[in-house]
Design a protein around this ligand. Structure first.
Ligand code: SF4
Length: 494
């Protein structure tokens, strides 16, 4: 199949690329500003591999019609095949049908997949950083090379969150801000590490699927829970081995004998009062400032958070364990005759519980979700009546995927979706200098539904024809999520 796309060269051998608003004029043998298109023998050509994915494996098995030992990287005849948008090309400004509108069959159902590369200026990433360490104040600017590319947003349970990119940083600020934001998004979406700083916060390095580095320290563990949850989980294992446990946490510091878990076990109050604002019995907010010390606080010495020791309840010889929510920090104390806590060797059983806190922590990772709005002119490449595509997605007739990976489509207007970049094929993302991010997107539906929504049925091609593309790259289906070429399950009402 000849994949060269018009326009052809003018007399001076220059071709004008019309795949984005930049309209590069490209000399023979050169590429345009984004390196995605080039002038090949006087014709405009998309240069990167065009990715299709197949259900294949080395040996015969549940998902496999391929029994060969060494797969040669070529298309396997008869194997279920899905044409992704990776390398498919774009049809800016989308008055033309999408680059590939492909017919296939799934379980005897005639399906159509409309494949394109979207150009997104309304896009960004949400970064989840599994750590209880402080990265910076909520809403603080996140910077790369001094340019603001996003901000710290609402923390989640055990994780700090960043919002990076978005149309304001891409196009609403200085040219440099837009360029740096676009580069940052492209790197994060491509699984590369990005160093960034947070105003009044820390230096971070984040990379999709890898542990974050905060203030130069690689994070290992995601906390087992807040201080109160840790008390709830381990109270019974501490009972009888210690007289008080304080779990230091930036969110909720837990105090065992005051906590409902300690009351339930009939533990007598130990009389050790911690600083901060009491929320409910045994649960304290704001025992210290946030930081990179114990439990996401700025505490280096845990006794800093002890406000007073009440002789009414505390007795000489009282045994106290102080521990963080990841088990990385732990100290054991015994009260002396003056009721002063004195460090002591930690008994083996308590050491075991501290290690178990660590064992129950999940590995800390950075997670990158790409988020974009596909509700604009891109839809015209699918149908002459774009709102019908939006309705079809909302009515669960059309499956949206990104490089074959499942996406979450937000309720409400438009087609605003999120996708975990690590589930997408390598090199799925690109950029254009407007600046904007280029990302693959596919819409799959039953063929009759496609006709009903005003689809470009005259442009449908057989999957066998698409498979003849000269820059085709076949990838094995990674088996995460449903097969993207399958129809969405019918609702009970149907
Ligand atoms: S930036 Fe890329 S897509 Fe845009 S016109 Fe230039 S070569 Fe084409």
């Amino acid at each position: 199949m000849n994949e060269m796309v018009k326009p052809a060269a003018s007399d001076d051998g220059i071709v004008t690329c019309d795949a984005c608003p930049v309209l590069c004029r490209i000399r023979a043998g050169r590429t345009g500003a984004c390196d995605r298109y080039g002038n090949v023998n006087g014709k405009l050509a998309r240069l990167d591999p065009f990715v299709v994915t197949q259900k294949i494996a080395e040996r015969s098995g549940a998902m496999v019609p391929f029994a060969g030992k060494d797969w040669d990287g070529k298309l396997v005849p008869g194997a279920p095949t899905f044409v992704t948008g990776v390398g498919a090309g774009t049809t800016y400004p989308d008055y033309k049908p999408a680059p590939f509108i492909v017919a296939s069959q799934y379980d005897g159902v005639d399906m159509v997949t409309v494949v394109t590369e979207g150009i997104f200026s309304y896009c960004g990433v949400k970064v989840k950083i599994d750590t209880d360490r402080y990265v910076g104040p909520e809403t603080a600017a996140v910077r790369v090379d001094g340019e603001q590319v996003g901000h710290v947003t609402t923390a989640e349970y055990g994780s700090q969150m960043l919002s990076i990119g978005g149309v304001r940083h891409l196009t609403g600020g200085s040219k440099k801000e837009g360029v740096v934001t676009c580069e940052t998004l492209l790197k994060l979406c491509s699984g590369e590490a990005v160093a960034m700083t947070v105003d009044e916060g820390e230096a971070l390095t984040v990379q999709a699927g890898r542990p974050p580095i905060i203030a130069g320290a690689r994070e290992e563990r995601m906390r087992v829970g807040c201080g109160s949850a840790t008390i709830g989980i381990f109270a019974k294992q501490w009972f009888g081995h210690v007289d008080e446990v304080i779990v230091v946490d930036d969110h909720i510091t837990g105090v065992l004998t005051e906590h409902q878990a300690g009351r339930f076990l009939d533990m007598p109050l130990a009389g050790i009062r911690v600083r901060g604002r009491k929320s409910t019995p045994g649960r304290y907010f704001q025992v210290a400032e946030p930081g990179t010390g114990w439990g996401g606080t700025n505490v280096k010495d845990p006794l800093e958070i002890v406000e007073k020791i009440d002789p009414k309840n505390a007795k000489p010889g009282l045994r106290l364990l102080m521990v963080s929510t990841t088990g990385e920090h732990a100290e054991y104390f015994v009260l002396d005759e003056q009721l002063k806590p004195q460090k002591a060797p930690m008994p083996a059983h308590l050491r075991m519980t501290v290690e178990r806190i660590g064992e129950n922590c999940e590995p800390a990772l950075s997670t990158v979700l790409f988020m974009a709005g596909a509700g604009g002119s891109l839809r015209a490449g699918v149908t002459e009546n774009p709102v019908r595509l939006t309705r079809s997605v909302k009515d669960a007739l059309t499956r949206v995927t990104a490089g074959g990976a499942p996406v979450y489509v937000w309720p409400g207007g438009g087609i605003t979706y999120m996708v975990d970049v690590t589930t997408m094929p390598a090199k799925s993302f690109g950029h254009v200098p407007t600046p904007a991010i280029v990302a693959p997107i596919e819409f799959t539906m039953r063929r009759d539904d496609y006709a009903a929504l005003g689809g470009h049925v005259g442009s449908i091609r057989r999957i066998d024809d698409v498979a003849k593309a000269d820059r085709l790259q076949v990838q094995k289906w990674h088996a995460q999520g449903p097969w993207p070429g399958a129809p969405l399950p019918k609702t009970p009402a149907e």
